[in-house]
Design a protein around this ligand. Structure first.
Ligand SMILES: C[S@@+](CC[C@H](N)C(=O)[O-])C[C@H]1O[C@@H](n2cnc3c(N)ncnc32)[C@H](O)[C@@H]1O
Length: 290
């Protein structure tokens, strides 16, 4: 009988995904196999010679075929890690990107310099990564997270529950600030990773992004700046006098977003931070100086 050990399967799946031009084929093979077998990735190596049963082989074959057609592995396994925290992700949510860890890091740094309870807004929360990562790392923070997509908020709700943060994270549905009340909701920090892809960039997106990730999570008008314009228009109604706005940006958008914030006249200091690749990635706008 033709028996398949974990070792043999890892080699076969890696080779198959390599032939199909899938990114990070070995990692993808490990993620798919550990998902089907219900093992941690490290356990694939501690149980290298284990024989995999037919039912699991059938499930693996189906997932590998879909991955070979460039369906994202994160959607196939339904979860990923961000900021060293595990999140459930559905095809209704953007797949969390490592670049967004900079926005979370800057948010945590800002909040830790302050004393007392902190109220944070995570606009465009998707599956809730920013809200959860901030709340987990800043015990004094309460987070109000909004998104226009009901199914994305359903995934966020699962992640809030998974990390037992229901007491400190509230989810609201609506268009940017629309579900918030200026007289009541005054934030120490507003953090946002909005859609920021332009028309031309959208057309040129890789198949695994364009065909699978939600358009509403990516596309932001002709120049990709639509959401920033809307945020800048309203943000002053929701920020405390010494509050801060942190925005993730596309790497070419720094000067344009800085210009929009300067025109608004609300901010005393505006800074652009670079990610690990040396690209402009986060705009930090501080309301009062100091
Ligand atoms: C780039 S994704 C960010 C998701 C998550 N915060 C992250 O960093 O991975 C943008 C999110 O904005 C939401 N969105 C798009 N337009 C919106 C709007 N007008 N108001 C609120 N949310 C919106 C999308 O549903 C999507 O979840």
């Amino acid at each position: 009988m033709n028996e398949w050990s974990i070792q043999k399967l890892l080699t076969w799946v890696t080779e198959y995904l390599t032939q199909k031009g899938v990114d990070s084929p070995r990692l993808s093979a490990e993620l798919l196999l550990s998902h089907v077998l219900g093992l941690k990735r490290i356990e694939l190596y501690t149980q290298y010679n284990k024989i995999v049963v037919q039912e699991q082989l059938d499930r693996l074959r189906d997932l590998v075929k879909r991955a070979g057609l460039h369906e994202p592995v994160v959607y196939l396994v339904g979860r990923t890690e961000f900021y060293s925290i595990e999140f459930e992700v559905t095809p209704d949510c953007l797949i969390p990107r490592p670049e967004t860890e900079l926005l979370v890091q800057r948010s945590i740094e800002f909040l830790r310099k302050r004393t007392g309870p902190q109220l944070v807004c995570d606009l465009c929360t998707g599956c809730g990564i920013i809200a959860v990562a901030v709340a987990k790392n800043v015990p004094d923070a309460r987070v109000l997270a909004t998104d226009i997509s009901e199914p994305a908020l359903a995934a966020a709700a699962k992640n809030v529950e998974k990390h037992k943060l229901q007491e400190r994270i509230e989810l609201r549905k609506g268009d940017l600030f629309e579900p918030l009340v200026p007289q009541l909701d005054q934030f120490d920090l507003i953090a946002c990773n909005p859609p920021y892809v332009s028309t031309a960039e959208y057309e040129a997106l890789e198949k695994n992004v364009k065909d699978y990730e939600p358009r509403i999570a990516l596309y932001a008008g002709e120049d990709g700046l639509d959401l920033y314009r809307k945020i800048v228009e309203k943000v002053s109604h929701f920020l405390k006098p010494d509050g801060s706005l942190l925005l993730e940006i596309g790497y070419t958008q720094g000067p344009a977003v800085q210009g929009l914030l300067e025109q608004a006249g609300t901010f005393a200091q505006i800074r652009i931070d670079k990610d690990l690749q040396g690209h402009d990635r986060v705009v930090a706008a501080q309301r009062a100086s100091g």
